[in-house]
Every structure is written in structure tokens, then in C-alpha cells.
Design a protein. Structure first.
Length: 552
């Protein structure tokens, strides 16, 4: 039986001791444990720390948990930077409340791929009897339940949870609650709960309203109503007004630890750019796509949707011509495109189809062979992912896939195969969220997203607490393409890999960053203008460090 269950019953058992033989050793031990656990030196002391022998929390984790329990009254936004152990802080808070007898029924809502991971960690590290939700009866069968938020928000599950009274609700990857009009946000808002923990490294991504929506779940009225929040705190949707006042208000419900200010020593991170020179045929294909995109942008500036899809095509070409074939075929059949555009797209399709070699793919195979250790390869596109797996297997390299759409059991199976049987895990963005892979220390960014936070999320899968080896990041950069500019901007100008991503994400917002990049590449007349505009973006970001909401 778990220790906190024993602890809650100790005094009841002691009441029966009068009938036991005097001096019985087991009764003495029982009395000793009862007094030790119930008579701590002060209410602020954490009694749970002696009850988790399989875990030694870091000081910043203990301090964060104590602050939530003693100052924030169990309703808090845990917003530590990637890799600092926010889930450990949530586990400590849950364990402490259980041992104090303040809660009994808990609901932990997480992405589907993390349900089993959360369940295992609560059981193994905290001796908390958590169960994974598997059917409709789970909601009323178990007191401590871990469930997928996507499953929970759908009926009949939604109706079942809304009839329950929960002592505490914990939501992982809580940035998915940023929109108050979504079913996710509305579900959390409607749950009957005493305590609430929201866990995310990115409390703001695109818009100041996202922060308001998160805080409003925790403490309605903390930032006023929507109208007063806009007038008091919002200069524009991505820039705060009165940042110091907003920092103070947010700080009353948020805990945020940063790597650079913490007491944790992370292993070194080594980053290299791997330049890729395309073959003659590949460069011709890329140039043809670029010309087509610029021509389309000139004609259809008002059609933002079309331009964004064309930019995606350009980036797919940088990933692999194979990845672009499906997109080209779909666009060629799209009747919204003019007859002339469809003819041009068919010509580009034939160019992509006739590419004889895949320079970037061959380079990754050579690099994996040289590393001779476990490697995670990240790509943006499923077509590239499938093609990489095929080409690696043809070279005798065992690999597995990891991506969204897999059920939780399959994701767990893929992770296990990677750890014990395969050398390579080929992941899309689904592999950059939530899973812990400290047994690996090599990351290849086969192609880079424009969202800087996604890169840090990727790296954070291996460069996190528990990593004992240096971490090596290999960023592929195709020369004379859009990708070359992105690599240098992210690495050199914005100091992406110097652990200031938290600042960047909150200052600029990923959506603004992507929009700026799109305009830069579409509206610049030559390479020198591209470089000048990208430099201006980076200077604006760095200059904003002291002016914007950098510490929330």
C-alpha cells in the first residue's frame, strides 16, 4: 500500500492501540510516523519529500512546488523553460496535497502520446496510484486518473467528467488552451475543481489574448475582463502596454524558472551547420519553384492563403524533391489556379520527378553512419519522413517513425523500439513535444521550421534534466536557398541556441516571426536585400529584450 494512504489512516489505527500489548514495537513505529508526518515544524514544510525515495528533486523544483502550495493556493501556471522538469513540480504538488489529506480525486489531462508516460512517472517516482483512462467506466472507477484531453472533450467522456467533483486538475501542454472559444478551454473552464495547475513552457505564442485566456482559467478577474485587459495591458496584439504592471499581475499566478538563472548544470550543447550543395537538377528545380512563387505573389498579394501554400512548396523542395511531388500534384489539380499556373506546376512536377539523386538524403545517411550512435532526425514533412526511412533501410540502418496520428500505444512502442532496437528515430513535430529521450544525444534537423520555439522543443527532447552526455545538434542548410537564410538567422542573429528562446517567443510571437520571414523572401529583389531585412528582424528582436515582457 502506498505510503500516503498509510499516512492518512495512521491516527485511526493509533486509536485502536489501547487494546495492544504495551511496548509493542510496531505500535511505537506507527506512533512515531504519525507524529512526524502530522507535526511538521511549520505548515510551509513539505512532508512529501521524505516519501519519494525514488526521486531527488532539484532545488528550483522544490521551491516552485512550495510556492504553489503555500502562496498561490494550488492554482498556478507552471511555465519553466523547456527541460527544467515542470512535470516533477506538478508531481510534487500533487503528492504534497495528497499527504496533507487536502485532496483525494485528481484528473491529469495531457496529450494522448503522454498518457502512459505521466501514469508511469506518478507511480514510479511519486508512489501515486495513477491510472490511465481507457474506457467510459474509468472516470468513476479511479480517484487519480490520467487522460488524453482530446478524448475527454468528446462525449460521452465529456459528460462523464463534468458530473464529477475534482480536488485538483492538472493540464500538460496547456498552451493548447490559448483560445477561449475552443472545446479544450471550455472543458477546463467547466470542470468542477478546487485546485488547477496549467503546465506549459510557452504561455504566449502569437497574441496577448492567449495569456489572458490562460490566466482567466486560473483566477478569473486577475487581469480584469477582456475589455479592461485590452485597454490596460495591450498596446497591440503582440506588444504589452505597462509591461511591469502586467508582469506583476501575471507573477501572482505563474512560476517560471529559466535555465540561465537556475541551479541546474546542463551538459554542453554543440551546434553545427551542415551545408548542402544541391545537384544541378535539384538547383534547377528550386529556382523554377522560386520564380513561380514570386510571380504568384506579385499577382495575388491579397490571396494570403495561396502565397503561404506556395512558400510551403518552396520549403518542401529544400527538404526533398520527393516530398514536393504530392503538393505539386494537388496544386496542379486545384481549379482555383489559372490554366497558365497549372501548366507551370505540371512542368515543375516533371522536373521534380526527373531528379536523379537526393543530395540531402545521401548526406544524412553518411552522417548517421559516422555518428554510429542513436540519432533523432526531425523533418517537417511526412513524405520526407517516409522517404528517409526507406533510404536508411536501403543502407542497412534501422529506423522507426514517430508522428502525430499514432495512437498512444503505438507511440510508446516506437519510443521503445528506438531505445532498444533501432539507431534512428525519424520524427515530425509530434516528436518534439512531451517525450523524453535522454538516452540519445544526437539531433539532426533535416529541415528547420520557421517557428523558433519548435526547434528548442525538438532539442529539449534530449537536452534536458537527466542527460549525462554533451548534446550535438546538426542543422542541415541547403546553400543558395531559403533554408540557408533561415539557419543563419536562427543560429547567429537571434542566438537561438544560447537559451534565450523564452525571451524571443514572448517578445515576438511565432506568428509575427513567420509573417515577417514570408514578406522578406517574397518582397526582396535580391540576396543582399534579403540579408538586410533579416538583419533588421534580428536587431528588432534583440532590442526588444529590455522593452517587452521578457520575464513572464
Amino acid at each position: 500500500m502506498y505510503q500516503y494512504h498509510e499516512q492518512l489512516d495512521l491516527r485511526k489505527q493509533l486509536a485502536k492501540c489501547g487494546d495492544m500489548p504495551a511496548g509493542k514495537w510496531s505500535m511505537f513505529q506507527l506512533a512515531y510516523e504519525a507524529e512526524k508526518q502530522f507535526l511538521s515544524s511549520s505548515f510551509e514544510d513539505f512532508i512529501c519529500l521524505d516519501a519519494i525515495p525514488n526521486l531527488v528533486p532539484f532545488p528550483h523544483q522544490i521551491a516552485s512546488a512550495k510556492r504553489v502550495v503555500n502562496e498561490l493556493h494550488g492554482r498556478a501556471l507552471l511555465a519553466d523553460e523547456v527541460g527544467l522538469g515542470k512535470t516533477i513540480e506538478a508531481g510534487l504538488i500533487l503528492k504534497e496535497y495528497l499527504m496533507r489529506g487536502l485532496i483525494k480525486k485528481a484528473l491529469i489531462l495531457v496529450p494522448a502520446s503522454l498518457v502512459l508516460q505521466w501514469t508511469r512517472e506518478l507511480n514510479e517516482k511519486f508512489a501515486i496510484p495513477a491510472f490511465a483512462q481507457r474506457n467510459e467506466w474509468s472516470w468513476t472507477t479511479y480517484d487519480i486518473l490520467v487522460a488524453s484531453i482530446d478524448t475527454t472533450k468528446r462525449d460521452p467522456h465529456r459528460s462523464a467528467v463534468l458530473t464529477q467533483d475534482y480536488d485538483i486538475v492538472i493540464v500538460d501542454e496547456a498552451h493548447k488552451l490559448k483560445n477561449s472559444k475552443t472545446r479544450n478551454w471550455q472543458l477546463i473552464n467547466q470542470l468542477r475543481k478546487k485546485y488547477l495547475l496549467l503546465v506549459t513552457a510557452t504561455p504566449i505564442q502569437n497574441d496577448m489574448r492567449e495569456l489572458f485566456n490562460l490566466i482567466n482559467l486560473l483566477r478569473p478577474g486577475q487581469l480584469g475582463n477582456a475589455t479592461s485587459f485590452r485597454s490596460t495591458h495591450v498596446h497591440s496584439k503582440r506588444n504589452p502596454k505597462n509591461p511591469q504592471a502586467l508582469r506583476t499581475a501575471v507573477g501572482e499566478v505563474m512560476v517560471r524558472n529559466r535555465r540561465e538563472a537556475g541551479d541546474v548544470l546542463f551538459t554542453e550543447r554543440f551546434v553545427e551547420v551542415v551545408p548542402i550543395t544541391l545537384s544541378k537538377e535539384e538547383q534547377m528545380l528550386y529556382n523554377a519553384v522560386t520564380e513561380f512563387i514570386k510571380d504568384a505573389y506579385t499577382k495575388r498579394k491579397e490571396a494570403k492563403r495561396s502565397v503561404l501554400s506556395l512558400i510551403t512548396l518552396q520549403r518542401e523542395i529544400c527538404s526533398s524533391s520527393y516530398a514536393a511531388l504530392g503538393t505539386l500534384e494537388t496544386m496542379q489539380k486545384d481549379k482555383r489556379n489559372s490554366e497558365g499556373d497549372r501548366i507551370s506546376l505540371m512542368e515543375i512536377y516533371h522536373l521534380a520527378e526527373s531528379v536523379p539523386t537526393y543530395t540531402k538524403v545521401n548526406r544524412v545517411i553518411d552522417l548517421v553512419k559516422k555518428i554510429d550512435d542513436k540519432v533523432i532526425i526531425f523533418t517537417e514533412y511526412r513524405a520526407t519522413q517516409d522517404f528517409l526511412l526507406y533510404m536508411l533501410q536501403q543502407s542497412g540502418i534501422k529506423g522507426v517513425l514517430f508522428r502525430g496520428g499514432y495512437k498512444r500505444g503505438k507511440k510508446d512502442w516506437m519510443k521503445d523500439l528506438f531505445e532498444h532496437r533501432a539507431q534512428v528515430l525519424i520524427a515530425t513535430e509530434a516528436g518534439g513535444e512531451g517525450i523524453n529521450l535522454q538516452f540519445c544525444n544526437q539531433v539532426i534537423n533535416f529541415d528547420l521550421p520557421w517557428n523558433p520555439m519548435r526547434i528548442e522543443q525538438r532539442i529539449g527532447r534530449v537536452h534536458r534534466l537527466g542527460q549525462t552526455r554533451p548534446v550535438y545538434i546538426h542543422n542541415f542548410s541547403t546553400i543558395n536557398t531559403i533554408e540557408e537564410h533561415i539557419v543563419h538567422l536562427l543560429q547567429d542573429k537571434i542566438r537561438m541556441f544560447e537559451m534565450v528562446i523564452g525571451k524571443l517567443d514572448i517578445i515576438l510571437g511565432t506568428k509575427a516571426f513567420e509573417e515577417d520571414l514570408m514578406k522578406t523572401f517574397m518582397e526582396s529583389s535580391d540576396e543582399s536585400e534579403i540579408r538586410a531585412r533579416l538583419s533588421a528582424i534580428s536587431h528588432r528582436v534583440q532590442r526588444s529584450d529590455d522593452d517587452q515582457l521578457v520575464n513572464i
